[in-house]
Design a protein around this ligand. Structure first.
Ligand code: NAP
Length: 292
């Protein structure tokens, strides 16, 4: 039996603010980890959209919460309400984890590092390798920046000539011009250029789907028209984890590629946030057994 058996007068609260919220695995993940390590914390999800965001952050300051996670649609909107950003959150322009350091709210982004840790856990060696990354939304932006910082040598970013294309251009510019002391080249292409997409995949070591294609209601779709675009040496990864095996990952398996789904990313982005709040490592193997 653990010493911390229930919420008491010393329990530190961590929140999650997002909408919709009911599907999130984060409350279970963090509360199980707190109990396992006998830490006197509790994690609660709050349904919060743009309209209530400012009041909620003021309230969290007033209640002196240890921190909170931020998910859609608040990841960028929250930035002006915080006191400081980590260098990576500044580059990505988004925050998924806030830490209250003695009244100062500091924004971090653990999505990109969570994805890279998921690759490491799957035994993928990405240093000096080439990645084709489909998408330039919130998650793909965090991955592009972190991959460049963690040693990926070349990233070909594809996005449709649509809402997120300017973000794709911005991500490539940040990698090529702004981040110091890295050795990474970013290319930017339109997803509509399928000849180019096929060529870039053919010369890549890793293919990553950072779009919502493959997730409900698009679970029968893939951005790759044909499995013949893939080859067994290619590592194919998808940020989606519901379903566990997207159409893209099925195509990849059919030609013998190693595949990585989005479960590692969700687990490790949580583990990194957990560490920022508690200073302890999340017991990830235990969490996997309990939840995934
Ligand atoms: P987002 O910011 O809305 O970005 C969506 C991306 O998908 C954009 O690049 C968008 O580009 C693209 N897209 C949308 N419709 C498309 C279409 N019909 N054809 C081609 N591209 C399309 O969303 P997000 O938060 O980055 O999430 C993206 C995916 O990552 C989702 O599937 C989400 O579940 C997953 N995710 C996983 C984790 C994890 O921990 N595993 C974490 C976050 C997100 P255009 O609209 O410009 O075409």
């Amino acid at each position: 039996m653990s010493d911390v058996e229930c919420i008491d007068g010393r329990t530190k609260l961590i929140g999650l603010i997002a909408t919709p919220i009911g599907h999130s695995v984060s409350p279970a993940m963090h509360n199980i980890a707190f109990r396992k390590l006998n830490l006197n914390y509790a994690y609660m999800a709050f349904e919060v959209g743009h309209e209530q965001l400012e009041d909620v952050v003021t309230g969290m300051r007033a209640l002196n919460l240890r921190g909170f996670n931020v998910s859609m649609p608040n990841k960028t909107k929250i930035i002006p309400l915080l006191d400081e950003l980590s260098p990576v959150a500044q580059l990505v322009g988004a925050v998924n984890t806030v830490v209250n350091e003695n009244g100062k709210l500091i924004g971090h982004i653990t999505d990109g590092t969570g994805y890279m840790c998921g690759l490491i856990e799957a035994g993928v060696d990405f240093v000096g390798k080439k990645m084709t990354l489909m998408g330039a939304g919130g998650a793909a932006t965090a991955i592009a920046i972190q991959a460049a910082m963690d040693g990926v040598a070349e990233i070909s970013i594809f996005n449709s000539d649509d809402q997120f294309f300017p973000q794709a251009v911005k991500n490539a510019a940040i990698i090529n011009e702004q981040i110091k002391n890295i050795n990474c080249k970013a290319n930017i292409y339109r997803m509509e250029d399928s000849e180019r997409l096929q060529e870039e995949i053919a010369s890549s070591d890793i293919l990553t789907n950072g779009t919502c294609i493959g997730m409900k209601p698009l679970e029968n779709e893939s951005l790759i028209p044909d499995a013949s675009w893939l080859r067994p040496e290619l590592i194919v990864s998808d940020l989606i984890y519901t379903p566990r095996k997207t159409k893209l990952l099925e195509q990849a398996e059919s030609v013998g590629c190693r595949t990585v789904n989005g479960l590692g990313m969700v687990l490790w982005q949580g583990a990194k946030a957990f560490e920022l709040w508690t200073g302890k490592e999340m017991p990830v193997e235990y969490i996997k057994e309990q939840i995934f």
